[in-house]
Design a protein around this ligand. Structure first.
Ligand code: 5GP
Ligand code: ZN
Length: 135
């Protein structure tokens, strides 16, 4: 896609801090890290979000994340990592080229990515029924 910043990064048209690449994916440091070593893995082929990615590229992105995450931990001294993917505007997606965040985590780093609310029995029952109809 011509007007997509991550397509431009994938094609090498704009510079980035590349940390990994293969024939399907490229990974680079996030320009605005939420923690030290925050990186993104993207498929070279444009798609807007998870629902429009080829299954082969989903596998390739997560296989790359599995390889990259331990390297990020060793390089930064992190003791864990989060994998995240924002899908669509309401979920906070800002760049509409599918990408997975790898966020290194440090003991007591204070980063709070999400917090849960109580799941009531009746709500759970309705949800499970509704989801089962859609899958
Ligand atoms: P999301 O779409 O999942 O909300 O986040 C997009 C992410 O891409 C953000 O964390 C943002 O900092 C990062 N980002 C946006 N533009 C660039 C860029 O040009 N280069 C790099 N390395 N990261 C970018
Ligand atoms: Zn793109």
């Amino acid at each position: 896609m011509t007007d997509c910043i991550f397509c431009k990064i994938a094609k090498g048209e704009i510079p980035t801090r590349k940390i990994y690449e293969n024939e399907r994916v490229i990974a680079f440091l996030d320009i605005s890290p939420v923690n030290k070593g925050h990186a993104l893995v993207i498929p070279r082929k444009h798609s807007e979000d998870l629902t429009s990615m080829d299954d082969e590229n989903i596998a390739a992105v997560f296989t790359a994340a599995k390889k990259i995450a331990p390297a990020l931990m060793k390089a930064t001294g992190a003791t864990g990592f989060n994998i995240g993917m924002n899908n669509r505007k309401s979920a906070g997606q800002l760049v509409f080229h599918s990408h997975v965040h790898i966020i290194p985590r440090f003991d007591d780093d204070g980063l709070k990515l999400w917090s849960g609310k109580e799941l009531k029995n009746e709500t759970a029952k309705e949800l499970v029924e509704a989801i089962l109809k859609e899958i």
